[in-house]
Every structure is written in structure tokens, then in C-alpha cells.
Design a protein around this ligand. Structure first.
Ligand code: NAP
Ligand code: FE
Length: 365
């Protein structure tokens, strides 16, 4: 057996876990809190964090300029604030966008990396310590060593990756996700489902990641009916947040596949939410893997009590509703972009440009 597994983030899950574990904030003396515009406040997470910091006499400044699908400019801006304010740790509150931005900011605050070199793969191994508090249940970024940023030069989204980007702590309280709108709830749930399913279709899949992925897929599948009806219970919220973290642990080992690589164009060119973009492609990509390795796909589908990838595609279509419209020429450009992307090459069977185009066409036209 060959196995390597490294996931150093300390995970704490539970109601009121921020308030009840305020000692974790003692990892530094002054924090930069990284958030989006509204939800950190509206979810109650920001107040809980401020209380915990004040209780420990820890200073903080807030950087609340993170937009969805954050840009390189945004994280350099945040890093400048971090340096000017001489913070010694970073707290992320929000969905994947603030969490990923916080990682890049924590890196750039202590590393001299030019913008043109940020995606070189040579970012070193130094970053400020971080505490991540997710308010969506989807990306699992709180337990991954990746930050995904919009790269206008390459007209896609690119990731930076380093073990130093693992947060020190992840604090998960599902009450922060209670008022998440239905579309974001669905899209983020499908992102996390995609992480676990892709983890099992990745070249880097391993037996330990498989165990975790299967558990996450089972949990998410138990919420399918409620995701379709739009009536999410407190129990669903807890399950989805937990499963999303598990999905993050999976991809922290396996990375993602062609699904994510192909989905980035739907987000970049059509502004389709990240999780929805993956969900639109996941069924057809699973069919492609099924044609190459039926048994592997059976293993995944059995966690959802499904018999075929076609059935999986139909359930996803039901959850995601009406599709956006695409022209064939657009899909040809996307196939061109996705063919050499890292995620594509990380798939257990690597689709050719024509196969990628076929997956796009079958998924979206
Ligand atoms: P997001 O872009 O972080 O947030 C989407 C929207 O949801 C924002 O408008 C946000 O508002 C709002 N929101 C967040 N929490 C809320 C709450 N509790 N109640 C109401 N609204 C809330 O979305 P996301 O899907 O979580 O993250 C997507 C990003 O993560 C993408 O850039 C993707 O590439 C990346 N990603 C990263 C990894 C990784 O391993 N690092 C994995 C998968 C995806 P505010 O702006 O006001 O906060
Ligand atoms: Fe994702």
C-alpha cells in the first residue's frame, strides 16, 4: 500500500464554537479580518469573532473588500493593509472567496512575490497563521492548501498552492449558514459534492481520501430532496457544512479534476457561480469516467443509491434547474483553455480536447 496524507488544520465543529473556543485567537497579537461586503456581519460571525478578540485583548483591523471570484488586485490590496497595519495573523470569515483571499493575503504579507510570478508554482513556504470561519457550505477552503484567484491574463481562474496555505484553525458553526439564500445553498452544496466525487476520479485518489469522500457523498445525498424542494432544515445545514469540510480534506490530498478546470470558463465568461458551473459538468464527466472504469464509478454512485452516471446527471439537473444557453463557438474556446489545465491533467483518465468539447456539448447544449 502507498499512502501519504497531510492535513494540519485543527478543525473545531459545533454550535457557538467561536465563542466557546476563543483561546484559538491567541495565535497572534493583531489580526487582519478578511471578509466580503455583507455576509460576515449578517451571519453573526463577525460579531462572535470581535467578541472573542476583545475578550483576549487582541487588536484587529477589517479588510472587507473581497468580491466573489477574487482578483489578484484584491489580494495585493489586502496584503498592503496587512503590512501597513503590522498584523501577525489573518482571520477569514465568509465563503470560498474571502477564505481564498485571506490565504493569498497571509502569503503576500510576508513574501515578496511579483504579480507576474504569483501563479508560477514557486511561492515559497511562508505565510501568516490563519483562522478560517466558513459561512457557506461548499468550498472546504478552510482545510485546503489552495487559493483560487481570477487571472485575467489567462482568462480563467488559477490556483496558488503551498502547504503554508493550510489555515491553523477551521471553526465550523452551521448557524452562520442559516440565512444563506437557496441558490447559494444549492450551488455550494454541489461544489462540495463535486469535490468528493472528483477526488475519487483523480489521479491522486488514495484509500484514506476515498473513505472521507464516500462519507461526504452519502451525507450530501441525504439532503438531495431538501435541496430540490428548497426546504433546508437546521440538520441539513449542519450536515452540509460538515460534508463540505470533508470534501475540502479530500481535495487537499487529491486536487480537483477536469470538472473544475472546465467549470472555470463558465464562471469567467458567463458569470455562473462556481459550484453551479461544476454541477452542470459533473454528470457528463462522470459518464466519461464510467466509460473508462465502470467499477470505480459504481463505487461512487453506490453512496447515493444510484446505478448509472446518467441517473446522477439527471438528479443534478433536477437540483440545478434550467441551464444557461451556450453557442458551440464558445464551448470550443472553453475546450481550448481547459485542455492543458492542471485539473484536466489530474483526472484519472485525461480527456483529449475533442473529448472535453464533447463533455461541454453534452452537458450544455
Ligand atoms: P463566495 O464567492 O465566497 O460567496 C458567494 C456569495 O454568498 C457572496 O455574495 C457572499 O456575500 C454570500 N454569502 C456568503 N456567506 C453567506 C451567508 N452565510 N449568508 C448569506 N450570504 C452569504 O462563494 P463560495 O461558493 O463559498 O466560494 C466560491 C469561491 O471559492 C470561488 O472563487 C472558487 O473558485 C473558490 N473555491 C476554492 C476552493 C479551495 O480549495 N480553496 C475550493 C472550491 C472553490 P459577501 O460577499 O457579503 O460575503
Ligand atoms: Fe470547488
Amino acid at each position: 500500500m502507498n499512502l501519504g496524507f497531510y492535513m494540519p488544520t485543527k478543525v473545531i465543529v459545533g454550535k457557538d464554537c467561536v465563542r466557546e473556543n476563543s483561546y484559538v485567537f491567541q495565535i497572534g497579537k493583531k489580526a487582519l479580518i478578511v471578509t466580503g461586503k455583507k455576509s460576515a456581519k449578517l451571519s453573526g460571525a463577525l460579531d462572535d469573532v470581535k467578541n472573542a478578540l476583545e475578550k483576549n485583548n487582541i487588536e484587529y483591523v477589517i479588510f472587507d473588500k473581497v468580491m466573489s471570484n477574487p482578483t489578484v488586485e484584491c489580494v495585493y490590496d489586502g496584503a498592503e493593509t496587512a503590512m501597513e497595519e503590522e498584523v501577525d495573523f489573518v482571520i477569514a470569515i465568509g465563503g470560498g472567496s474571502p477564505m481564498d483571499s485571506a490565504k493569498a493575503i497571509a502569503l503576500l504579507a510576508v513574501s515578496d512575490i511579483e504579480r507576474k510570478n504569483l501563479f508560477d508554482g514557486n511561492i515559497g513556504n511562508k505565510a501568516l497563521p490563519m483562522i478560517h470561519i466558513p459561512t457557506t457550505a461548499g468550498t472546504g477552503s478552510e482545510v485546503t492548501p489552495y487559493a483560487i484567484l481570477t487571472n485575467h491574463e489567462k482568462q480563467t481562474k488559477k490556483s496558488i498552492a503551498s502547504p503554508c496555505l493550510f489555515p491553523t484553525y477551521a471553526l465550523l458553526d452551521a448557524k452562520y449558514t442559516k440565512n444563506l439564500g437557496l441558490a447559494t445553498t444549492v450551488n455550494t452544496a454541489i461544489d462540495s459534492l463535486s469535490h468528493s466525487v472528483e477526488g475519487m476520479m483523480s489521479k491522486r485518489a488514495n484509500i484514506m481520501a476515498d473513505v472521507i469522500a464516500k462519507e461526504a457523498v452519502k451525507i450530501i445525498a441525504s439532503t438531495f430532496d431538501d435541496l430540490i424542494s428548497g426546504e433546508l432544515t437546521e440538520d441539513d445545514r449542519e450536515k452540509l457544512l460538515y460534508a463540505s469540510m470533508l470534501g475540502g480534506v479530500v481535495i487537499s490530498q487529491t486536487k480537483t479534476t477536469a470538472v473544475h478546470a472546465m467549470g472555470y470558463s463558465l464562471t469567467y465568461f458567463k458569470n455562473i457561480d462556481h459550484g453551479r458551473a461544476n454541477g452542470l459538468l459533473l454528470g457528463e464527466f462522470t459518464k466519461y469516467i464510467e466509460r473508462n472504469d465502470r467499477d470505480r464509478v459504481k463505487e461512487i454512485l453506490s453512496c447515493m443509491n444510484l446505478d448509472s452516471a446518467e441517473e446522477f446527471k439527471n438528479i443534478l439537473a433536477k437540483i440545478l434547474g434550467d441551464k444557461e444557453k451556450f453557442e458551440k463557438e464558445e464551448l470550443e474556446l472553453y475546450a481550448e483553455i481547459a485542455q492543458n489545465a492542471g485539473g484536466t491533467l489530474n483526472s484519472m483518465f485525461v480527456p483529449s480536447r475533442d473529448e472535453i468539447l464533447q463533455i461541454y456539448v453534452e452537458s450544455l447544449m
